[in-house]
Ligand binder design. Sequence first.
Ligand code: HAM
Length: 431
Amino acid sequence: METIRVIRGMRDIHPDQALWWQRMERRLADTLRRYGYGEIRTPLLEPTALFARSIGEETDIVEKEMYTFQDRDGSSLTLRPEGTASVVRSYIENTQWKKEPVSRLYYLGSMFRHERPQKGRYRQFSQVGVELIGSLEPAADVEMIDVMVECMNAIGLKDTSLQLNSLGCSACRPNYRDSLVVYLKQNQGDLCDNCRRRLDINPLRVLDCKAEACRRVADGAPKIIDVLCADCAGHFQTVRKGLENLALDYEINHRMVRGLDYYTRTTFEMVAAGLGAQNAVAGGGRYDDLVKTLGGPEIPAIGFAAGLDRILLKLQDTIPEPASPPNIFVVTRGEAGWRASLELMRGLRRAGVQVCSDVRRGSMKSQMKQANRRGARFVIILGEDELTAGRVTVKDMHAEENSDQKQIQVPREDLHGFLLNRLGLLEGVVG
Ligand code: HAM
């Protein structure tokens, strides 16, 4: 029979890989907690209209990348392609502004986009996303960028650079858009087909097209930060000063417009060296109009999301793999040995030690083989002899073959203490 395979662009994460994920997620959660951000978990499925209204009908995501299907009652549902829209939906639904003036939220989880899969780009991928809702002040922008940088530091990501831009607001962006369209029309002949098509619908996106010819056109295009209104210019200036206070290096990237339509004012991205085309590891910005667009009051906000799959690709090349905690394998002989092992193992596990045994109840030789395969630090042997004598045999798998430390007889009641004190290795794991 033909075997069923994983869907293109989606992957399984096996236990050795999961260790990397767990370490990264732990460090992120810990860092975010220290900034006062609380975790929010929203559903994977949302009404399609949520994303069409927030991300924008004319974006690549909404036009061609969403996993959209009809529910049994005929309504249109979509697997979330990003997290900001859901957070804002929830914020409005719970009238959160009545409970706190500023909401600090983060989420960790899978997003779905039907993109062309390649290294660092998947159809199901994980993000950590962070949102700060309720402040128009540059202080919020600076906090958010600092949080992003500190999150990346905490997980050990190096060789990154920070890019900054401002997209203005509803007062100044339309003028910029008009002058950009005039410029792009003058250079239409040099644009790729896609950009020629986008020129009237979403001209800002032409600026971040990857095609060489379009890049050259974009390099000569008018720059939005030159035509910001006084409020937006002042805001941007204060954000830059704050970043300088924190000694955070950044570069202004006039071409960074982001792929979602809800952004206003400050936008930022972090790119990492060595990841090829998919080098944007995190990105975000202000979305001062989104709460209102989705039916809430006028409440400004800012946030970012980082792509954990591609970050991990880079981490695995640069930092040591997470150490597995020491583990113990219990080898038993005979029915009585097995039965006695049950309680012994439960006691050790309750004390925090990782313990396994052979549930296939193979020979001594095959049990020892399994212990080796699992990389057991200690093997505890429990058979009729040991039971009668009220002791266990502990084999230290790291000791020299002929040393007197290799195999030790330990009274049953002393086992926990022995593992802790005599071998000293389980500290922090036991107890
Ligand atoms: P985004 O730039 O679309 O922003 O995604 C953020 C990050 O997710 C990207 O920089 C990238 O690292 C990762 N990413 C995106 N697509 C893929 C993919 N197909 N495979 C692997 N990684 C991917 C947002 O999603 C906004 N919600 C960020 C935000 C939060 N803005 C304000 N608040």
